[in-house]
Design a protein around this ligand. Structure first.
Ligand SMILES: [Zn+2]
Length: 259
């Protein structure tokens, strides 16, 4: 028992399933999202950059692209020449290294907690979102100690954050906040509900058509932040989250999470 516990525990989420993030609204505007792979060395995480790309591809194919009730297609691109060495998630976003409406995935040693497995930050300005996902390649990273399936699950968990999902308190889900000892390699109902809500097959207009959808979303809550550094979560009901998303004209909003 060690190392993989998210520091910000949300004890008041016990009765709920999926969490979303009201700050980043309903996630990416498009249902087809490119994932670029950073060229930064991943060897400290236990694999080459090329292997990291394959792991990301397995993560999206095995998990998020495989949900029949969601219209989501994550496309993993080749290794790019984007170097994220020494940069935090926010540095990467602020430096403009992530293309619009895309996710950048890479490895580096920017983690405040040396044993953290990885983290993801999503940022949206208006309808334009960007996300960055980093796997810890520092000397104390626990990624090299994981088997391949667990590494894929960790990456898939971070991809879940990068597409707008928060944590769930229900352990039978990929987005459970603690993966210590977790061997599950499938999505749970909360994961499926969350991604299906964010990326529905038929995008309803924000009007009367939207109300029936709410009826099926009783297990989903909104959260505004999801960060190691937080001592508590600011959480509001899904209805309030929807109302907030209607007031969506605020500047850049950021969603952070570290596994
Ligand atoms: Zn997480």
């Amino acid at each position: 028992m060690k190392l993989f516990i998210l520091l910000g525990l949300f004890t008041n989420l016990l009765a709920f399933g999926s969490t979303l993030n009201s700050n980043t609204g309903r996630g990416f505007d498009k249902n087809e999202i490119d994932i670029y792979i950073s060229s930064t060395d991943c060897s400290g995480a236990g694999f080459s950059t090329a292997t990291f790309r394959d792991l990301v591809e397995d993560a999206v194919d095995d998990y998020w692209n495989a949900v029949p009730t969601a219209d989501l297609k994550l496309n993993v691109k080749g290794v790019s020449n984007i170097d994220i060495a020494g940069k935090t998630h926010n540095d990467i976003l602020n430096d403009g290294l992530v293309p619009a409406n895309a996710i950048l995935a890479g490895c580096n040693q920017s983690f405040a907690s040396p044993t953290t497995l990885g983290g993801a930050v999503m940022s949206c300005t208006g309808n334009t979102c960007r996300a960055v996902l980093i796997i810890n390649s520092g000397a104390s990273s626990q990624m090299p100690n994981q088997d391949r399936d667990t590494q894929i699950a960790v990456i898939a968990h971070e991809v879940g954050h990068a597409i707008g999902l928060g944590h769930t308190e229900i352990s039978h889900n990929l987005m459970y906040f603690n993966i210590s000892g977790k061997t599950q390699n499938w999505l749970g109902q909360d994961d499926i509900d969350g991604v299906s809500y964010l990326y529905p097959h038929d995008e309803p207009a924000l009007g009367c058509d939207f109300l029936p959808l709410l009826g099926s979303m009783g297990a989903i809550k909104d959260i505004s932040d999801d960060d190691d550094d937080m001592s508590g979560g600011f959480m509001i009901s899904i209805l309030a989250g929807v109302l907030l998303s209607l007031l969506f004209f605020t500047p850049t909003k950021i969603f952070k999470s570290f596994i």
